[in-house]
Design a protein around this ligand. Structure first.
Ligand code: 5GP
Ligand code: ZN
Length: 113
């Protein structure tokens, strides 16, 4: 997708601090970390947001969910972590390429609504 910064990160056109990559997904550290561990897992396929997910994405999303605890542990989240998906304007989404934030590494994260 043209002009999508996360597609550009996947393609290496914008540099990132990579956490993980396979044929279908890419994970990289957030440029403005909210906690000692803060990375994002994204599909390589451009999907605008969780609101744009379709039945054909079922396996891809399932694979991402299975991957998250493994990557979180590798990044040092030994006692839990938070996953966040901001969706659309009301959800505070800034980058319109589906991404799952994985946040941790702090003793206890503040509670969010
Ligand atoms: P959203 O609010 O859309 O869920 O979050 C987008 C996130 O992407 C933000 O936490 C922001 O810091 C991060 N971000 C935006 N641009 C870049 C970038 O160019 N590189 C990296 N690594 N993170 C970015
Ligand atoms: Zn994209």
């Amino acid at each position: 997708m043209e002009n999508c910064i996360f597609c550009k990160i996947v393609q290496g056109e914008i540099p990132s601090d990579k956490v993980y990559e396979d044929a279908d997904v890419f994970a990289f550290h957030d440029i403005h970390p909210a906690a000692p561990v803060h990375f994002m897992l994204i599909p390589k396929l451009h999907i605008n947001s969780l609101a744009g997910v379709e039945d054909k994405h079922r396996d891809l999303l399932g694979d991402m969910m299975v991957l998250i605890p493994r990557l979180a542990k590798e990044q040092g989240c030994t006692d839990g972590f938070r996953t966040v998906i901001n969706t659309g304007r009301v959800g505070g989404q800034e980058v319109y390429h589906l991404h799952i934030h994985v946040i941790g590494g702090r003793d206890r994260l503040p509670v969010m609504i």
